[in-house]
Design a protein around this ligand. Structure first.
Ligand SMILES: [Ca+2]
Ligand SMILES: [Ca+2]
Length: 293
């Protein structure tokens, strides 16, 4: 048979959109340009929570009020590494300063989280949390500068920072590698090939191979039993890779010009992918995988 099948691997990694928002938010008063530049879908919807409208010494009752159409909340849930912002103000007057203490009574915010403002009476807590946990932040607003003059009643914000759900690829890699190795993309990144078998980690995952041991490309090539004029190439897949985009590309040379293999028929199930293509001329096929980290 004159037909030759060449395997190549192509990996496109769709990086998390969160990588776009890596800048630290400095503790400055000019809030708008910072969030304006990076705002949008990456940020949780800003929620305005109004707290108190009374002098602490006046003896008047203290209440929370909704100030916009979004349901106000005193519980904010975000993922580790997810940018967020949360706003607050007082109803009866514009606060000129505020103080925040954690549940130990210390003026300290979780790592990666900063407080900004107030600007036009609106204070903001936001950033990109770098530690998981549940944090209670007690906020007090002041009518005057430097946390002086009359003050609002304390308001408790509960910030819950959760570990993000691991992708199937990362779960797969964590079966083989230590935490230290998992943090090193040169070893465990999608395009890395630490066992030097020519199969990158993405393919090791998709094909359910061992990223630490040399493997050969799995699959069976032969004539289609239903039609001897057709080539049948069947590759078993990892059942945990069902969300992964996998397809075949073809070219008449290995120099490039790869196109989706439209001349053939591709069937995909949870546990295998099959290419059936006519036995005409010389063609190269390669498996292409797009995985989300
Ligand atoms: Ca490998
Ligand atoms: Ca391997």
């Amino acid at each position: 048979m004159n037909y030759r099948i060449a395997y190549e691997r192509a990996v496109n990694v769709i990086a998390s959109g969160l990588a776009m928002v890596v800048q630290r938010l400095p503790l400055i008063k000019n809030l708008t340009p910072i969030f304006g530049a990076t705002g949008g879908s990456h940020f949780a919807a800003p929620l305005a929570v109004t707290f108190v409208g009374t002098h602490a010494l006046s003896g008047q009752s203290i209440m929370l009020q909704q100030t916009n159409t979004i349901e106000p909340t005193d519980v904010v849930e975000v993922e580790l590494g997810e940018a967020f912002q949360w706003e607050f103000k007082a109803t009866r007057y514009n606060i000129s300063s505020f103080g925040i203490v954690n549940d130990s009574g210390i003026e300290q915010l979780p790592s990666g989280v900063v407080a900004i403002g107030p600007q036009s009476g609106i204070g903001t807590i936001g950033g990109i949390p770098e530690e998981a946990g549940t944090f209670t932040l007690t906020i007090t607003g002041y009518r005057g500068n430097n946390q002086r003059s009359s003050q609002t009643a304390p308001f408790d914000l509960t910030l819950i920072v959760e570990n993000p759900v691991e992708s199937p690829f990362k779960v797969f890699m964590s079966d083989y590698f230590s935490a230290e190795e998992l943090a090193n993309p040169a070893i465990t990144g999608p395009a890395a090939d630490p066992d030097l078998d020519g199969i990158d980690n993405t393919m090791e995952f998709v094909l359910d191979l061992n990223p630490l041991a040399s493997d050969s490309m799995p699959g069976a090539i032969g004539l289609d039993s239903n039609d001897p004029q057709m080539l049948r190439y069947e590759i078993p897949l990892n059942g945990f890779a069902t969300e992964t985009t996998i397809g075949f590309e073809e070219s008449t040379s290995l120099e490039g010009g790869w196109q989706p293999a439209l001349g053939g028929v591709v069937e995909r199930t949870d546990t295998m992918i099959v290419l059936t293509a006519p036995l005409v001329g010389k063609k190269f096929y390669r498996l292409k995988v797009i995985v989300e980290e």
